[in-house]
Ligand binder design. Structure first.
Ligand SMILES: Cc1ncc(COP(=O)(O)O)c(C=O)c1O
Length: 387
């Protein structure tokens, strides 16, 4: 059965839709024609499944400019990758520094460690436009700081944070930097090795166009962490101990090979389109939308004004409406999908002063067209003028 909701989809920062045709085809091919368990058995289907996982690992490593694909560990999503590092690095205690734009996938694991009395953390404030002065990170470092965690781009303000400068100051103090690239992988050039980043968490289902349930982590040479999960890896099966080499050390249990086949096709799609072109297109759409909203009565747009300081999403409100009222009217009366509320990032909303009402967020992928912005602005015009 084909479901056609006839919608304009502008919730790509939550998960991209639609995926490129090649992604659906790759998953269909794996599920129907390959089907084996990767790296487990010696028969053809298992070997082919293992090859698919390897190709996906090589594709992601290529995208991130990482020479050794084994330094890419696959997980279910960015949340799992972030938990792996935060809980791995702070297992025996210590202090972490995070920014006030972090997602709950950073804040909650740290709060859980703090409540258990295992570790502590400090939050460094960004300004109300979502910009961070890296000197503030340096000021927050303590003698026992073991980890700095910073989002590359906020999923609320869209602002890009100065990862290069933070990496430099972290390196001077010998503290590893964990970057949350959930919003930038696929829409921004990433070179964790060149940037001096020790850990980089990404998710597969956003701008890499993979399916939900795929994601991963880059780990720089020399920065090992303990696994969260122990179990079968298809390697060193005679031993009761987890293998000590990557990626097996951190990849217990049967892999999501169907999803990874899709992820590889997504990464190849991004590389073929080119990240620079994706950025240019999304920037154009965001700018058009932002300018249109600011012309509406009561239209407010959040985040930095400079487009090179942000990614392709626009968070806004219409005076006199709650963010959820606007989102539900867009959905019900106009068939437009956006996201309202707090976007799992209450710290970011506290930073920009929208904790009570949240914001409406329209987020683009390279699949969106100028007409989508036109449809949204027309609908917002109706809503704003009807008030
Ligand atoms: C900045 C940021 N970090 C982390 C995540 C978590 O990603 P996932 O749900 O794929 O684990 C998201 C998802 O929205 C995000 O926007």
């Amino acid at each position: 059965m084909e479901l056609d909701f006839g919608t304009v989809y502008l919730d790509n920062a939550a998960t991209t839709y639609p995926k490129p045709e090649a992604v659906y085809a790759a998953m269909d091919r794996f599920a129907r024609e390959v089907g084996g368990s990767p790296g487990r058995s010696g028969h053809k289907r298992s070997l082919e499944a293992g090859r698919e996982v390897l190709l996906a690992r090589e594709a992601v490593a290529g995208l991130l400019g990482v020479a050794d694909p084994c330094r890419i560990v696959f997980t279910r999503n960015a949340t799992e990758s972030l938990n792996l590092v935060i809980k791995g690095v702070l297992a025996s205690g210590g202090h972490a520094v995070i920014t006030s734009l972090e997602h709950n996938s950073v804040w909650r694991p740290l709060e859980a460690l703090a409540r258990a009395g295992t570790a502590s953390y400090s939050i460094v404030d960004c300004d109300p436009a979502g910009m961070l002065d890296p000197a503030r990170i340096e000021e927050a470092l303590l003698a026992d700081t073991r980890l700095i965690v910073c989002t590359h781009a906020s999923n609320v303000t869209g602002s890009l944070l100065p990862i290069g400068e933070i990496a430099e100051l972290a390196a001077r103090r010998g503290i590893p930097l964990l970057v949350d690239a959930a919003q930038t992988a696929g829409r921004y050039e990433l070179d964790p090795g060149g940037m001096g980043v020790q850990y980089l968490a990404f998710t597969g289902h956003k701008e890499l166009f993979g399916p939900q349930g795929t994601g991963g982590l880059y780990i720089a040479p020399g920065w090992e962490i303990d696994p969260l999960l122990h179990g079968g890896t298809g390697s060193r099966s005679e031993s009761s101990l987890q293998p000590d080499f990557l990626p097996d050390r951190l990849e217990s249990g049967t892999m999501n090979a169907v999803g990874l086949a899709g992820l590889r096709a997504g990464v190849e799609f991004v590389l073929e389109k080119s990240i620079a072109e994706i950025r240019r297109h999304e920037e154009e759409l965001s700018q058009l939308l932002s300018e249109g909203i600011l012309r509406l009565p009561g239209g407010v747009v959040y985040g930095p004004r400079e487009w090179k300081e942000r990614i392709g999403l626009v968070s806004f409100n219409l005076h006199g409406f709650t963010s959820s009222e606007v989102a539900s009217r867009l959905d019900e009366a106009y068939g437009i999908c956006v996201r309202s509320g707090l976007h799992c990032a209450p710290l970011a909303h506290r930073t920009i002063g929208t904790l009570e009402n949240g914001v409406v967020r329209a987020s683009f992928s390279c699949m969106n067209r100028t007409e989508d912005v036109g449809r949204l602005l027309e609908a917002l015009g109706d809503i704003a003028h009807a008030s």
